[in-house]
Design a binder for this molecule. Structure first.
Ligand SMILES: Nc1nc2c(c(=O)[nH]1)N[C@H]1C(S)=C(S)[C@@H](COP(=O)(O)OP(=O)(O)OC[C@H]3O[C@@H](n4cnc5c(=O)[nH]c(N)nc54)[C@H](O)[C@@H]3O)O[C@H]1N2
Ligand SMILES: Nc1nc2c(c(=O)[nH]1)N[C@H]1C(S)=C(S)[C@@H](COP(=O)(O)OP(=O)(O)OC[C@H]3O[C@@H](n4cnc5c(=O)[nH]c(N)nc54)[C@H](O)[C@@H]3O)O[C@H]1N2
Ligand code: SF4
Ligand SMILES: [Mo]
Length: 685
């Protein structure tokens, strides 16, 4: 269906954000002239964040890629010549066919959540790589430590309904800068606060969210497990427990009790670097306020012990029986609550029994440079197809990532809307459509509605959707299963089994709710093997891991190195979305330039004045940026807000020059916030 030249079109925000807002685009003479939040959608409530309210500026950006291009300069120089789609696709199909004849494991797709859409993110692309038999990509770069923790503890990525946070009397906002990254949850937290709730923010950084909470626990990065265990200790010591709920709906209580009793608040206070009284008071509040709700977010699991820490936190609501109330419990991600038909969308059956090797996306630097472990013992990677991601900017230890992509013998195809840091390394750079220009269908990880995205305008120039590109490659490679002919709209319809979702509602209003109970675990019934909250996990024990949650110190614990005495975290900047929007001028103007927030004492000890240029360094590399002496930083911890495009930074690097490729305890995730550095002033102005 061609978009109408004058219309109001309903869609969905495609970005990697828990809120998945419903959009309304006004089109005049074939151009998008206005983009608003859909006022009829209860979660969006007519409000968009600053970033996406600039989506038309991003869409109409003079630097949008509008035609296929082929590399002319050396790798990484970012110099291209235009070619036709036919020339580009014929050559790409030919190169991939030759590699796959030899060994399809040499081909690696690299994608993440540039769009969260099921069609443009995980449908025709997956079918194509399944049929090809290409290496699997372990998509771990964001959420697998916490996600696995929920699976082992609660049975899935399930939890409270976000709207009921508004009725809680105590909300712990744990590892989340909600105002920046989960604005529509913050609305409910505000409503709760107005109705008398107490809001507590648990975060090393004094964020804009912490500013607006009643209490801020500024713990050291990677110490959340210790804090959670000490809270349990106090719940036990004061008998603030729901014995009946524990007896009926949990597993492993006696063992957890024993573990928690090893964590008196004094011990945790020393580990966390917070006053012992603050831990005691937090435990009292949590043990005596009903209903108590926890908004956990992924900020607390990007450290070595992130999985265990998330498991420890996930045990808390069952101990006090918080799940009994619809306004009690916990929410990390709602994504496990959607009946998506992934087998139909992705067609793993096309593998026909083949078992490709797996490459962990966090270790793309090592993998491209031939590290045998990162290659799971398989052959070197000879071709990468990147879409919906900007690994050169967002993956850890970027010096290695860039060196890997700079390999002259690597064949790199990048599908992009813009010439990102990664696009600079492409052999073929293919122009992708935006959310205003293609079909898609969306679930959410912060609410439980499905959204349909209709194209509002025609694609800019020769831009094409990801699904179109993989359909065309499949045709050229002779993949003749009929599934390779499904168009984008048909793919939307295949995302859910017939009857699983109210399609008529999606068509008329743009969204449809998944029918769910209000207090899903009031009477237990967790989706674990035992049906209970698994304090002790037999599944973990069977893998030779600790069956109970424990505090695991960081790979690089604060204070453990005299050469690199500062712990660096690199959380999202409010006006960027990962590395998306960094090239949108009006938003970059708000963020200014790459900054390192540092406490006054740490700055003074190094002769760093506010606004001075600094060199941030460790054994993996160095990154230059401007220092901001800031009340947001606690002593010993610095913040490099991300994720800047390297080429828009001061010295062609960003914070990931410093981060490591080491993994988390569960989920094989990244440890971006487990990173020691030193900082010194530089002479540059
Ligand atoms: N504006 C904006 N919104 C975003 C994003 C963005 O880049 N910009 N990113 C999106 C993505 S990809 C995701 S995954 C989601 C969720 O994204 P998250 O990564 O959860 O993002 P934040 O809500 O900023 O939460 C990170 C917070 O965790 C804190 N933190 C760091 N280390 C620790 C720790 O060890 N313990 C604790 N307790 N806190 C710690 C940081 O200081 C920061 O305030 O947000 C999405 N929303
Ligand atoms: N230091 C540090 N590093 C981090 C993090 C951190 O907190 N600190 N956060 C991590 C997290 S949580 C995440 S999720 C990752 C995110 O990393 P990525 O998923 O790589 O996210 P983005 O940087 O936003 O890059 C997405 C790209 O997809 C493109 N894109 C959008 N829509 C489409 C489309 O329809 N088709 C195509 N072909 N392209 C499209 C956008 O233009 C953009 O360049 O970064 C991680 N890296
Ligand atoms: S980025 Fe998040 S808050 Fe902003 S419009 Fe998209 S879903 Fe809504
Ligand atoms: Mo993420």
């Amino acid at each position: 269906m061609t978009p109408l030249s004058n219309a109001v079109v309903r869609g969905a925000c495609p970005h990697d954000c828990p809120d998945t807002c419903a959009l309304v685009t006004t089109v005049q003479d074939g151009r998008a002239v206005k983009l608003q939040g859909n006022a009829d959608h209860r979660h969006t409530a007519g409000v968009l964040c600053t970033k996406v309210s600039r989506y038309i500026e991003r869409n109409d950006h003079p630097e949008r890629l509008t035609q296929p291009m082929r590399r002319v300069g050396p790798k990484g120089a970012g110099r291209f010549e235009p070619v036709s789609w036919d020339v580009a696709l014929d050559d790409i199909a030919d190169r991939l066919a030759r590699l796959s004849c030899n060994n399809p494991d040499t081909i690696l797709p690299y994608s993440y959540a540039g769009t969260m859409g099921l069609v443009q993110g995980e449908s025709m692309d997956r079918r194509f790589f399944h049929q090809l038999g290409a290496s699997f990509l372990d998509r771990t770069i964001c959420s697998t430590a916490g996600g696995d923790a929920m699976v082992y503890t609660l049975g899935g990525k399930v939890g409270m309904r976000v709207e009921f946070f508004a009725e809680a009397k105590l909300i712990l906002i744990w590892g989340s800068n909600s105002i920046a990254s989960n604005l529509h949850f913050w609305r409910h937290a505000q409503a709760a606060k107005r109705a008398g709730a107490r809001l507590v923010c648990i975060d090393p950084r004094k964020t804009e969210t912490a500013d607006k909470c009643d209490e801020h626990v500024a713990l050291l990065p990677g110490t959340d497990g210790a804090l959670a265990l000490a809270l349990m200790h106090e719940l036990i010591a004061h008998d603030w427990l729901d014995h009946d709920y524990i007896a009926q709906h949990t597993l492993g209580w006696e063992r957890l009790r024993e573990r928690a009793l090893q964590w008196p608040p004094e011990r945790a206070a020393a580990v966390c670097g917070v006053p012992v009284q603050q831990i005691r008071e937090l435990a009292r509040a949590y043990g005596t306020t009903k209903p108590a709700a926890i908004r956990l977010n992924y900020g607390m699991q990007r450290v070595r012990g992130g999985g265990n820490a998330a498991r420890a936190v996930a045990c808390l609501p069952a101990l006090v029986g918080a799940w009994r109330d619809r306004a009690g419990g916990l929410l990390l991600s709602a994504s496990g609550q959607f009946p998506v038909d992934r087998a139909a969308l992705q067609r793993p059956d096309l593998l026909a029994g083949r078992r490709p090797r797996t490459v962990n996306m966090v270790r793309i630097g090592d993998a491209l440079l031939g590290d045998a472990d990162a290659l799971s013992g398989g052959p070197p990677i000879e071709a990468v197809v990147v879409y919906n991601s900007n690994p050169v900017a967002v993956a850890p230890e970027s010096a290695k990532v860039a060196a890997g992509f700079a390999r002259e013998d690597l064949f790199t195809v990048v599908l992009e809307q813009f010439q990102t840091d990664t696009a600079d390394y492409a052999d073929y750079l293919l122009p992708a459509t935006t959310q205003l220009e293609h079909w898609d269908i969306h679930t959410s990880y912060g609410h439980t509605d499905v959204l349909l995205n209709r194209p509002a305008i025609a694609p800019r120039g020769e831009a094409r959707s990801n699904a179109w590109v993989f359909r065309e490659l499949a045709r050229r490679m002779g993949f003749n299963d009929p599934c390779f002919r499904d168009d984008d709209e048909a793919l939307c319809r295949q995302a859910f089994a017939p009857g699983a979702i109210d399609w008529a509602a999606l068509e008329t209003q743009g969204f449809a709710s998944v029918p769910l109970p209000e207090a899903p675990y009031a009477k237990g019934g967790f989706p674990t093997p035992s049906g209970r909250v698994e304090f002790f996990s037999e599944r973990l024990a069977a893998q030779g891991l600790d069956g109970l949650p424990e505090h695991l110190p960081n790979h690089e614990p604060a204070g453990s190195s005299s050469a690199f005495p500062l712990a660096m975290i690199s959380p999202p900047a409010r006006n960027f979305l990962n590395s998306s929007f960094v090239n949108v001028k009006s938003l970059r103007a708000i963020e200014g330039e790459p900054l390192l927030e540092i406490h006054a004492d740490d700055a003074a000890a190094r002769g760093i004045a506010d606004g001075a240029m600094v060199r941030v360094f460790n054994g993996r590399g160095e990154h230059h940026c401007r220092a901001e002496v800031s009340f947001r930083a606690r002593p010993g911890v610095v913040h490099g807000l991300g994720i800047w495009w390297r080429k828009l930074g001061v010295d062609g690097t960003n914070v990931n020059q410093l981060t490591s490729q080491r993994l988390t305890d569960l989920g094989r995730g990244p440890t971006f916030y487990d990173c020691l550095v030193q900082v010194e002033p530089t002479t540059a102005a």
